[in-house]
Ligand binder design. Structure first.
Ligand code: HDE
Length: 761
């Protein structure tokens, strides 16, 4: 592995899609890819020769040698043809027997067009149907060769191309982005030893412990089968019926009811491999590992009221945010951390590391950062890339292996299986987005939609006619399953049981709840209240609250009160006295623990505008915000230009109607008597101001604009009487001095001190 890596520091082909990597020479004659005849029919050096400019591509654009380049189609300057390449003379009229006569069956142009259209859709994913993808690279910052021989970690600075797909779980393909849900975080590494898919979520635990329960879980959360409702929502009877009968889901429910289920941006959430995996180094030594992605921008969330409103005004909120950030060159970035522990440590833990409803607290195994991932290119085509990408938990590479987690076992089977119906056959690995960059050579043949043209008469092994090729790579180079003990009792019977510690359903749920800040705890209680308030069967509500008493009586009491019910008896536990946990609190479980790098880059600020607005202060603000990387947007009563008080004109970007307040991170109320008077007469202005306040965002009011705060009846101080750090008042003349405090307040994202339940505004 080491030698190979030294020879080929960057993946030969895909890396060309990234600026810096593109500058590096790849050994001459190196084949870019093997078997999938579509992957490469020429050597990389030949293909390089076709790069006429010789310049590396701009970051964020595709290089001339990008691995996807060979399949990119562009109709610019071309004549219209059928799928057979026959030029089409008329694309408006079908072929008829006379101007008013019947359409003729012989019209192959019409029939081909309609037939293709009839078959444009493929089945959506049974879960994670709605997703958004991006290209990028993983760069190793701390070679982890002591732990693993996996190719991406071989060398400092080594870059491995990746494609990432983020998703919601329950909603259908066209559902809203801001549903309360788990987010998928699936990363395909195109490594030089084959594809590795790390198919994770933005929460580190899962609802169930055994794959046997997955179809039940999914059937329970999906729209109810008789009437097909609700869409992209867990707040309904069948979901909570199932959950309340499955205490093993309690820990995950704490995460799912926390604000992590409504991220502010896909760029601002963590990712986790969830299961315990294994790392194996070149010496064959194995250790356990949990994978963690940490966003550079920190972890930030929406508030529920905001998420609900956004889903109406912009169901593509997260998709748009990701696309726009990458488009603007604000490439999202994550660090990859490994939480590593030995068999002996695992044996000593109070929980079972094979149980996917448990975390390993960071206090027991610290996170070692080994690399960073940067997403720097939007897909060219949503269907070809984001929809057709096929992740698979079974796609591992030498240096990475599985454990006996029974949920993982089911996943190793499920993902390939589901692609066969979703993508129409066993050759989905040949689709450009799925094709590995590493050479593919084997004796698998034929099947629907085969792209490769295998040459020669040998499709078996052993053979002498093909010189024994393709030959086995052997233990030194090939994938070897780790030598691991099967179970403590090697001669155990076939059984359908769970390991003993799997029965502790509540200790880590309590650990999570107790590790949250008061604001987060309040939001968890409110989320349970909301979801259960949509449950129509009182017994389900009661059973759920009875179960919550095992997590925290304070939480159960709050939820019961919110639902207007008596506190029920505590639900009996499967394990009467669980092992004592190592820690009672783990601060890193709070969203607030990872605020990120600070700053206001990509934060969207609305500046209200109407005729008579003070243009000078607005211009100064816009300029200062842009300098700091924020995204100021001028919002007026309608589109078009408005007169400023100094006789100028100012063109707005959006209207109060098409961009309501909750789509922005902060609000600026402008100076200028006439403008303020005009804005004050519009109902949407008041909603704008109130939503900004209710969602704990920063509001800057300049001069006469302060009157809008009074008109919206905003409390000017916090519930405890102290000053509200998110309300900034200033005069137009003092705008330069206000920029810094405004940016600081905006960098805090939210002013949760303002948060009350129910809201004051
Ligand atoms: Fe998945 N899951 N899953 N899942 N999952 C799918 O595969 C499945 C689980 C996750 O962007 C499906 O290609 C089973 C855990 C993500 O394309 C399917 C079990 C975690 C994605 C499937 C689980 C995940 C999927 C549907 C329990 C976090 C989207 C379409 C044994 C670690 C990938 C597809 C993408 C997708 C099965 C549980 C993450 C049906 C059987 C735990 C991010 O194969």
């Amino acid at each position: 592995t080491q030698d190979l890596a030294a020879e080929m520091p960057f993946n030969a082909n895909k890396a060309k899609e990234h600026g810096e990597a593109n500058a590096l020479e790849t050994p001459a004659g190196q084949t870019a890819s093997g078997d999938p005849g579509l992957a490469a029919s020429s050597t990389l050096s030949e293909r390089n020769a076709s790069d006429k400019t010789g310049r590396p591509p701009k970051p964020g654009t595709s290089g001339p040698d990008g691995s996807l380049e060979r399949v990119r189609a562009d109709g610019g300057g071309q004549r219209l043809t059928t799928n057979q390449g026959v030029p089409v003379a008329d694309n408006q009229n079908s072929l008829k027997a006379g101007a008013r006569g019947p359409v003729l069956l012989e019209d192959f142009v019409l029939r081909e067009k309609i037939t293709h259209f009839d078959h444009e859709r493929i089945p959506e994913r049974i879960v994670h149907a709605r997703g958004s993808g991006a290209h990028g690279y993983f760069e190793c910052t701390d070679p982890a060769t002591d732990l693993t021989r996996a190719a991406p970690f071989a060398e400092k600075g080594k870059r491995t191309p990746v494609f990432v797909r983020f998703s919601t779980v329950a909603g259908e393909r066209g559902s809203k982005d801001t549903a309360r849900d788990v987010r998928g975080f699936a990363v395909k590494f195109y490594t030089d030893e084959g594809n590795w898919d790390l198919v994770g979520n933005n929460m580190p635990v899962f609802f169930i412990q055994d794959a046997m329960k997955f179809p039940d879980l999914v059937h329970a959360v999906k729209p109810e089968p008789h009437h097909g409702m609700p869409q992209a929502a867990s707040a309904h009877d069948t979901f909570w019926d199932f959950i309340s009968l499955m205490p093993e889901s309690t820990h995950m429910m704490m995460w799912a009811m926390s604000d992590r289920a409504i991220p502010r941006s896909l760029r601002m959430m963590q990712g986790f491999g969830v299961h315990t995996f294994r790392l194996i180094n070149a010496k064959g030594e194995a250790r356990f590992v949990k994978f963690h992605w940490q966003p550079k921008l920190g972890t930030h969330s929406l508030v529920w009221d905001e998420a609900v409103k956004i889903s109406g005004a912009d169901p593509d909120f997260h998709r748009r945010d990701l696309w726009e950030a990458i488009d603007a060159g604000e490439y999202p970035e994550w660090e990859l951390g490994l939480q590593v522990f030995t068999q002996e440590e695992a044996d000593s833990f109070s929980f079972d590391i094979l149980d996917p409803t448990k975390i390993v607290p960071e206090e027991l195994a610290p996170i070692r950062i080994v690399g960073r991932m940067v997403l720097d290119r939007n897909p060219d085509n949503f269907f070809a890339e984001t929809e057709q990408v096929a992740f698979c938990v079974a796609h591992v590479i030498p240096g990475i292996d599985f454990t006996n987690d029974p949920l993982l076992a089911g996943r190793i089977h499920s993902y390939v299986d589901t692609q066969i119906s979703r993508l129409g056959g066993p050759n989905f690995h040949e689709l450009p987005i799925n094709a590995p960059l590493a050479p593919v050579h084997n004796n698998q043949r034929d099947g629907m939609h085969r792209q490769a043209i295998h040459r020669g008469r040998v499709a078996y092994e052993p053979n002498s006619l093909g010189g024994g090729c393709p030959f086995q790579a052997g233990a030194a180079q090939g994938f070897m399953s780790v030598k691991a003990r099967m179970d403590a009792e090697a001669d155990s019977d076939k059984v359908r049981v769970k390991p003993e510690k799997f029965a502790d359903h509540y200790t880590q749920a309590s650990l999570f709840y107790e590790s949250q800040t008061p604001v987060e705890q309040a939001h968890i209680a409110a989320a349970f209240r909301f979801e259960l308030s949509k449950v129509t069967v009182p017994a389900i509500r009661a059973r759920m609250v009875a179960s919550l008493r095992n997590v925290s009586d304070a939480l159960a009491e709050k939820v019961a009160k919110g639902l207007g019910m008596e506190l029920p008896e505590t639900m009996p536990c499967a394990m009467a006295s669980p092992p004592r946990p190592e820690v009672d609190e783990s601060p890193s479980l709070s969203l607030m623990a990872r605020p990120g790098e600070g700053g206001i880059r990509t934060r969207k600020v609305a500046l209200l505008v109407a005729d008579g607005v003070d243009g000078a202060s607005l211009r100064a603000l816009v300029e200062a915000l842009m300098q700091q990387g924020a995204v100021p947007r001028l919002v007026g009563p309608h589109l078009g230009a408005f007169a400023t008080s100094d006789g100028g004109r100012i063109e707005v970007d959006a209207s109060l109607e098409n961009n309501p307040g909750f789509l922005f991170d902060a609000l600026v109320l402008p100076d200028g008597e006439a403008a303020v008077k005009a804005l004050a007469e519009i109902g949407q202005t008041m909603e704008f101001v109130k939503d900004q306040y209710r969602h704990c965002k920063t509001i800057l009011a300049i001069g006469a604009g302060q009157a809008l705060l009074t008109q919206a009846e905003l409390p000017m101080s916090l519930p405890d009487g102290s000053a509200d750090p998110g309300l900034i008042l200033t005069d137009a003349g003092a705008i330069k001095k206000t920029i810094e405090p405004f940016a600081e307040a905006l960098a805090r994202h939210r002013h949760y001190e303002r948060d009350t339940d129910p809201p004051r505004v």
